[in-house]
Design a protein around this ligand. Structure first.
Ligand code: CAA
Length: 247
């Protein structure tokens, strides 16, 4: 069944773009979301993908806003059909040590990285249960698993995301809906490029394979977990980090 619809939150970003390509390669209809107010950038992104031979739909979405999630999914349902595959990929950082972090920086990360996954999943999960098929992949982080200096907000939100995965996996298990987590290590995107160079150099020294990863290293597992055949994998957490954190 190839005409399944996949929704990738934060789809026009570094990891999101790779997820979109991988899902299209599997024959899915793909919708990438972009933050409201960045439509021009999103259209240019869509043109670029078109130039590569990838036809991808776009939809404005603020995952931290429940009504925005509702409107986005309603629009997709009207124009294309129900969402069968959801990649909870949207995420932000507000890195700062605890002693300096503001309440706004804590809230912003929790609202996007954790509540955002709830807001959008709430729109599509009941339909997946009814239709007896669904795939949800939550993009967490190595820093949820090992903790990272200067990231109490991000590490907490991303660790919460795997708790969300495990509980939801139980609710979907008998209805054909799988829910899994991917925990990427340091991957070459705008998010990691924002880390100061000298700190990044130290981080790379800790990675056994000796370099950071590519978005495609993560997208490959997104495609694997959302495949029709992947119906016995649920509630799992896949670490893809070049050996940076093993347990
Ligand atoms: N462990 C222990 N101590 C550390 C440390 C570490 N890893 N890093 C810094 N310190 C110490 C410093 O030596 C310094 O000590 P002194 O005060 O004794 O001199 C002190 O901590 C600095 O503290 P500050 O509060 O002044 O911190 P800062 O303003 O210099 O920087 C920070 C804080 C912005 C968080 C900076 O450390 C940073 O950017 N760290 C990287 C965070 C990171 O890895 N982010 C990942 C982004 S990518 C991502 O998140 C994607 C993904 O999923 C992997």
């Amino acid at each position: 069944m190839n005409k399944r619809i996949a929704l990738v939150t934060g789809g026009i970003g570094g990891l999101g773009t790779a997820h979109c390509r991988a899902l299209r390669d599997q024959g899915r209809i793909v919708v990438a979301t972009y933050r409201p107010g960045t439509e021009e950038r999103a259209r240019a992104w869509q043109e670029e993908r078109h130039g590569e031979g990838y036809e991808i739909h776009i939809c404005p979405l603020d995952v931290s806003d429940y009504d925005s999630c509702k409107a986005c999914v309603e629009r997709i349902e009207q124009e294309l059909g129900p969402v069968d595959i959801l990649i909870n990929n949207a995420g932000i950082t507000r890195d700062r040590t605890m002693k300096k972090m503001t309440r706004e920086e804590w809230d912003a990360v929790i609202e996007v990285d954790l509540s955002g996954a709830w807001n959008i999943t709430r729109q599509v999960f009941p339909g997946m249960l009814e239709r007896g098929w669904g795939r949800i992949v939550n993009i967490s982080s190595i820093n949820a698993q090992k903790g990272q200096f200067g990231q109490v907000n991000y590490s907490a939100a991303k660790a919460g995301l795997h708790g969300f995965t495990k509980a939801l996996a139980r609710e979907g298990a008998r209805k054909g809906v799988t829910v899994n987590t991917i925990s990427p290590g340091y991957i070459d995107t705008a998010m990691t490029r924002a880390v100061p160079k000298e700190i990044m150099e130290k981080i790379i020294e800790e990675i056994p394979v000796g370099h950071i990863g590519k978005p495609e290293d993560i997208a490959r597992t997104v495609a694997f977990l959302t495949a029709d055949e992947a119906d016995y994998i649920t509630g799992a957490n896949f670490s893809i980090n070049g050996g940076h954190h093993m347990f």
